[in-house]
Design a protein around this ligand. Sequence first.
Ligand code: FES
Length: 574
Amino acid sequence: MIKKRPEDLRSHKWFGVDDLRSFGHRSRIKQMGYSREDWAGKPVIGIINTWSEINSCHTHFRQRAEEVKRGVWQAGGFPIEMPAISLAEPFQKPSTMMYRNLLAMETEELLRSYPCDGVVLMGGCDKTTPALFMGAASMGLPAIFLPAGPMLRGNWRGNTLGSGSDSWKYWAELRAGNIDEKDWEEIEDGIARAPGTCMTMGTAATMMSSADALGLTLPGVSSIPAADSNHSRMATRSGRRIVEMVWTDLKPSHILTEKAFENAITCVMALGGSTNAIIHLTAMAGRLGLKLDLVRFDQISKRTPWLANIRPSGKYLMEDFFYAGGVRGLMGELKDLLHLDCLTVNGKTIGENLNGADIYDTDVICRRGKPLSKEGGLAVLDGNLAPNGAVIKQTACDPSLVKHKGPAVVFSDYNDMAARIDDETLEVTKNSVLVLKNAGPQGGPGMPEWGMLPIPKKLLKQGVRDMVRISDARMSGTSYGTCVLHVSPESFVGGPLALVETGDIIELDISARKLELHVEEDELLRRKKAWIPPERKFKRGFGAIYANHITQADVGCDFDVLEGTEAITDPEIH
Ligand code: FES
C-alpha cells in the first residue's frame, strides 16, 4: 500500500515550496485566521457542499459540513468547504437533469483549480449524487461521498405519506373528486416534514444506495435518515476517513471498476429502484472509460430478484428500510450475485463489509426465498419505436397492462398535453396509449420528468388509475404506472417517436421486451420525409452549450467533451 509523504501531496505545490507564489498562498491562508500548525504538511480536504436555501433536501448540510470538518481535523487534515451549484429537484426548471453536467464540470474544475488533495462530496437530491461523482471521477483525487439521507416518513391523519408517490396518488383523488381542497392542504403540511431527500425509492434513494453499493460511501450508511444523530456521526467518520484515503492514495479509479458498476446495478434491481439510475450509472461509468449498455442492465435485472418493499413499487419507506438493515442487509442477501472482491472507500472489500449483515424486518427487505418478484425492477425494451432502447419500471405497472395493444393518442409536446389532457372531448379510452413527444434530452430540453403523463380527467372519474404511456422523457423515481420512458433516439432528433400519429396501433409486451409501432414501412418513410425538425429553444448561454454537447439517453446524457479518461494536467502553480 502506498504511503504518501507531506511533500508528495498535491497541495504541497501551493504551500510547501519556498518561492514568492507560495508566500502569497500562505499569507492568504493566514488572512483567514489559520496558523502554520493548522495546514503545514497536512492533506487539504475539499468539502464540496451542495447546500442552498433553495434546496429543501440539503437543509442539514451546513451543520453536516461542520461535522465533516471535525473529522478532518481529528485525523490531521485541513478542511476547506467549497460551495457548488445545488440541484434542487422540486424547484429547478426545466429540469435538474439539464444541470447535472454543469455540477459535474464545476466539481471537476473546483478540484483541479484549487489545492485539494482529497474531497468529501455532499449530495443526495437526485442529480447531485451522479454529478458530484462524475466530476470527482474525472479529476481522480481520493473522494468519499456523504449521502444526505432520506427525510422522515410523511403523515396525514395517521396515514403514512411518501414523497412524490402520494402527491400523484392524492392529486388523482382530488381531480376525481374523492378528497377536497382542505384535505389536500393538510397533505401539503404533512408530506415533507423533516430535512433530507425524498423518502420513497425515488432517484435520490436509488442513487445514494448505488453509491453505497459502488463502495463510495462508508458501508451501509446511505439510508440513515437525515434527522438521525447517526447521520452526524457518519459525517465525522467520513471526514476522518478521507484523510487516510489521501495518505494511501485510494482513488475513484481503484473503486469504480466494471464489477463495482455491476454490483450497483444488481442493487438497483433488487431495490425496485428508479429508472433514472440507468442514465446516471451509464454516465458515471463513461467517466472511467467503461461502457454500460442497456442490454447489461436488462441481463442483470432478469437474474436479480426484487426484494425491497419500498414505495412507489412497494409498501414501506426509506426510514423503514434503514431500520430493516438498509443496503448492507439487502446486499447481504444478494452475495452470490455480487462481486465481493470490489474495494470500497474504507479500504476493505464489499465482501468484508458484508460480514455480519442481516435483515431485521423481512416484510421490508424480503429474503431470497420469498422475493416480491423473481426479476428486478427495471426492464429494457426494444423494437421499431425505440431502436436504441427504452426503459420501463415493471414493478410499478398495473399487471393488466404489461402486455397491451392499443391506439395512440399523441401530444406534440408538454404544452399540447397540458392543454388537452383534461378536455372532455379528447377521444381517449382506457385502452388508448398516451404518447408524448419532444421531451427528451434535446427536446425538453433536459429530459424533464414528464413521463408519468396524467390520466385524463374523464377516465379518472371512471376509476381508471393506470394506462400505457410512452415518451422520450424521464419519470421521477417516485412515480409509478405503465410508463415507457427514455425512448431513444428521441423525437426531437427525428427518432421513430416523432413519426407516431394519433390512431396508430402500438404494442407493448414487457416480458418479451417489445415495443412496436404497427405502421407500414412505406408510410413511416413518407412521414420521415415530411418531418420538419423543431427549433432549438436556447440559442445562447448554457442552454446552447448543452444542446451542442448532450448525448442521448441510452449512452447516459453526458456531454461528449466530458466523457472518457483523457488526462487533463494540473494547472501550473505561478
Ligand atoms: Fe430532493 Fe426528491 S426532491 S430528493
